[in-house]
Design a protein around this ligand. Structure first.
Ligand code: HEC
Length: 134
């Protein structure tokens, strides 16, 4: 009985927390701006990595920054104001997130080959969503 009450209370606290977080989230820009100002420049860092490979520590740090921003922007695509809410949207966003998280890990490992190998998967996530939505 007491256990049940405790879990009911925990569930209540959790749902209030989720509701508060949802209403606090607000898109800052348009979808088009998120694409051209955040997702495009950060993904370009990955797409052009073989042409402009990071050559010193500062450049690798910059690659880390870009790939982390790209990975986190996948989460933005899931928030109210940006998401279109379909299964396809979710699937393509998770594709983008997986590729970007792998790129963030490759950047931290200073692994140029891994970054080059991720190009295809990242490109595929952009194309798949664009084909379905634009
Ligand atoms: C989950 C869906 C989704 C994913 C993933 C996605 N996009 Fe987009 N993208 C859109 C939508 C929707 C638009 C149209 C935005 C508008 O014009 O309102 C768009 C538009 C764009 C535009 C044109 C913006 C403009 O107004 O000129 C660029 C550039 C772009 N995306 C780049 C990318 C890149 C690069 C990736 C992958 C790294 C990517 N997008 C991944 C949904 C997505």
């Amino acid at each position: 009985m007491v256990n049940k009450l405790i879990s009911a209370a925990a569930l209540l606290v959790l749902s209030v927390g989720v509701l508060a977080a949802e209403s606090a989230m607000q898109a800052t820009a348009s979808m088009s701006e998120l694409m051209t100002r955040v997702i495009q420049p950060t993904s370009d860092a990955v797409f052009y990595v073989s042409r402009f490979p990071p050559e010193d520590d500062a450049a690798w740090r910059q690659m880390e920054n870009m790939t982390l921003m790209l990975a986190e922007s996948a989460n933005l695509l899931l928030m109210p104001g940006y998401t279109q809410g379909s299964e396809q949207w979710l699937r393509d966003t998770l594709l983008m997130r997986d590729a970007a998280v792998a790129a963030w890990e490759a950047a931290q490992a200073r692994d140029l080959d891994a970054l080059m190998d991720l190009n295809g998967a990242l490109y595929e996530s952009c194309e798949s969503c664009h084909n379905a939505t634009r």
